[in-house]
Design a protein around this ligand. Sequence first.
Ligand SMILES: [Zn+2]
Length: 266
Amino acid sequence: MLVFSLLALLLVSSSWAEVDVATIEEDTSRELSVGELLERANRDRHPGPDEPTLIGGDIAIKPGADRNADPCTSRGCLWQKYTDGKVYIPYYIANHYSSREISIIKRGLESFSAVSCIRLRPYQNGDYEWLSIESRDGCYSYVGRQGGGQTVSLSRQGCLYHSTVQHELLHALGFNHEQTRSDRDSHIKVYWENIIDGMAYNFDKINTLNQGTPYDYNSVMQYEKYAFSKNNRPTMLPIPNNNVAFGTATQMSQNDIDRLNRLYKC
Ligand SMILES: [Zn+2]
């Protein structure tokens, strides 16, 4: 009888274990912070000649662009607002995504309508500026409106998460990384000695569009503390208290939303 019970228990627990493993695997990736997801996806890029240069990990720049200038403050990069007060941004989604992947992308696009005057809508004939969402080499976007079709790369290998979609769209809407804010040295300490050789430029400060909002450790535009580390030691930590939660966002924060609404005067 005891043997039978044990066997039954084993059978039950092994089927539970299968369910658990599947759930845990999914939960683990879902709980990774946006910075961890972006770094994981972009770590092993082997960009071909048709791929743009990236700075800051996932920001595409055009050839000859000034890396330290915010294109939005130097030449204007906002998307046009219509007479009804909404900012309609056409998007095209490449046909190489699965329906599950498309639903993740669309959920990300639609998340902006709920909290701002930004409206992403499908590309129509005659549109002259649009986001072309494609699975290219890694996750990346240009900062702000570029004119014509501009690529937002959401690779099928690692970029299809709600947080990464929101992050890349915030770049396309004109935002940079939290850690490159001009006032960041009052809020984080950068440990230059721990940064991978040749990657210090990822921490160059930029004249960012802060819109009067405070530095936000929980911004979806804030990378995590080991970003670009060569030795598993932190490359940035919050000051004065190193222990506050930092770089763990999995979606837009209220400050991200406030900044967006102020930039576009929603
Ligand atoms: Zn980014």
